[in-house]
Write a protein of this length. Sequence first.
Length: 116
Amino acid sequence: MVEFIRDHIVLIVILCFAYYIAMKILRKVRNERRVNRLGVDAEAAVTWIEEITEVDGKDYITYVTFYDQDGKRRESVMDVSAFAGVELGDLVKIKYIPGEYDVVRYVETINRAELE
């Protein structure tokens, strides 16, 4: 009887964890679609990269400065993969939702040859 209850508790914990992961993925996909639909394109400069050491390795928080559609200077965290190769001082294309400047989405790095 005890094994039966323990097995069910383990199964419930695994299902709850799977549900949590699925909801995080769904939230990220919905946010991505929302930004694609409502987002405004802008160019930004990477002004600061903060390294955070976590249990499973290193993570980075990338900060950018850009001008919104009203010409106001904004600073924000950029949602970007560590594999994108973004470095301090890079110019990047971003998407943001007007009025929601906390997190902007990385689109691509602007090639320096394009600027000259």
